[in-house]
Design a protein around this ligand. Sequence first.
Ligand SMILES: Cc1cc2nc3c(=O)[nH]c(=O)nc-3n(C[C@H](O)[C@H](O)[C@H](O)COP(=O)(O)OP(=O)(O)OC[C@H]3O[C@@H](n4cnc5c(N)ncnc54)[C@H](O)[C@@H]3O)c2cc1C
Length: 466
Amino acid sequence: MTARTAGAALDELVAQLRNELGDSGVLTGADVTARSCDPFLDVPPAAPALLRPRTTAEVSRIMQLCHAANVPVVLHGGRTGVAGGAHATAAELVISLERMNRIVEVDPIGGTMTVEAGLAIETVQQEAEKHGLFYPIDLGSKGSATVGGTIATNAGGNRVIRWGMTRQNVLGLEAVLADGTVLDLQNRFLKNNTGYDLKQLFIGSEGTLGIVCKAVLRLVAKPQTQKVALVSLDSYNSVLDLLGRARALQQLSAFEVMWQDYYAIVAGDPARRVLDPQAQFFVLIEVMGNDEAADEAAFSGLLERAFEDGLLTDAVLATSGKQADDLWRVREGSEILVREMGPFISFDISVDIRRADEFVGKVRAALAQTFGFYRSVAFGHLGDSNIHIGVHLGPDTRERGHAIECCVYGVLKGFGGALTAEHGIGTMKREFLPHHISANALTTMKHVRQALDPVRLLNRNVLFES
Ligand SMILES: Cc1cc2nc3c(=O)[nH]c(=O)nc-3n(C[C@H](O)[C@H](O)[C@H](O)COP(=O)(O)OP(=O)(O)OC[C@H]3O[C@@H](n4cnc5c(N)ncnc54)[C@H](O)[C@@H]3O)c2cc1C
């Protein structure tokens, strides 16, 4: 097909889709390019049209038509993903789930909430709270990140140490396959061994196997207490010692670590400079429970003993919900990082917790040896083995982004770490995937994709090339 006939075929498809979805269901031109596919970079979709279905039936119809015309699509949730999974080329159409954001049902007895995939995580949390329940997936982007996007990326976030990742908090889902087939996997039971647990295939598949349209989320009882402290420490051994002690508390809900380079930047904002930024490590600890007196005793006991044993150099305890939020803002300083470190490359890896500081040290040494001057920060969900490292692409390093990635992932390989802990492969880490999983695992992944989407219509540039 020539470029002109391909363009004409695409125009015809868009006209057909407009017929199916109505004018408000198909955006083109500036209405598409005014959006960004990325939260930190300005990446307008190059797609000729953005489709806004309202129902699963409309998603299915879109895919039937795209399948017949052999036109690929890219899926958009809240566009907060940081692996480039939502970036769209001129050869693809975008499907946004933004109009599929209804709450279908809350079952307070069974502890489930059934929702459409375009609903924001924060809205899920607020709705759960009305029923005395709690959806534990919590991330800095929760105001925009959607249920579908968090399922596609198997998002982690701040409370994985207690409640696990998205995978552990989804009971069922509904997905539309590349040819428009609707797959109803809306299990509501905690226990269901009826054949393969197919929903797990879609969780973490980054939109390459199906379009998640609905989900049955698992809710837990809302914790009645929340205790938060920010502490500083002078050695990594002290951090590990503190983590071991904190893990003994059944109420532990977060253990977030910031290396000095991260905290020094965030503490540039006076509101977030709550401790002397000279210390080597800063840890945000949170416990959530149901017994004010017992939780208070357990939390302050942990911190007092840690002080007595010389682990902590300083500590600030929140005495109100507002102060707890303020301490969390120290950890969630992404807008400051973007301002002070941008443009930067962000790494999202898992390593053996006991060797995380050694890993960070080796990365710094490798960057220094290779590039001379560089700036980096390290922080993350250390209680879950997950560290984020940001490396500034300064004037000397801007052209060397790829070399920086090779450098960091080279060190990671020596540590047997995971290429991505929670953000996914997207389009940005594709090239590195084969070096971080076994050849047989990669081949099996390709077989699964081939079985469900043989012509690669869904997020075709995500995960791996062919
Ligand atoms: C400030 C900030 C803090 C963050 N903190 C965390 C964190 O703590 N933990 C964490 O894990 N991530 C974090 N993220 C990354 C991001 O929020 C998550 O990856 C999130 O799950 C993306 O959801 P989304 O709705 O924005 O998806 P999008 O960005 O729109 O899409 C992400 C991927 O999922 C696909 N997709 C979207 N919707 C669907 C669907 N319905 N069906 C199938 N595929 C779909 C897209 O094609 C894309 O490949 C953070 C991001 C920011 C900006």
